[in-house]
Unconditional design. Structure first.
Length: 83
């Protein structure tokens, strides 16, 4: 059995807070490579994605292009590192 700190490290290790430039929603994001991005959404999620999913939070919805650009900008500005 793992400890709570091990669980937290597994779930959020290497992730940093990034806010969407369009709507301000904050997520935890991490870049493991130039093409791989991990995102953890808080409760409530993204209004644009909720609209696309008919108002129901779902795991398999298209990526929000505004958030993707915000994450890419954070990488370009050095606020989020590719590990």
């Amino acid at each position: 059995m793992s400890s709570l700190s091990e669980r937290e490290s597994y779930l959020a290790g290497g992730l940093d807070k990034v806010a969407c430039d369009r709507c301000g929603a904050s997520v935890l994001a991490g870049k493991r490579s130039a093409v791989q991005t991990s995102v953890q959404w808080p409760a409530g999620g993204c209004a644009r994605l909720l609209d696309a999913a008919g108002g129901r939070p779902m795991a398999l919805v298209p990526t929000c292009p505004d958030l993707r650009e915000s994450i890419n900008r954070a990488v370009r500005e050095g606020r989020l590192e590719v590990s």
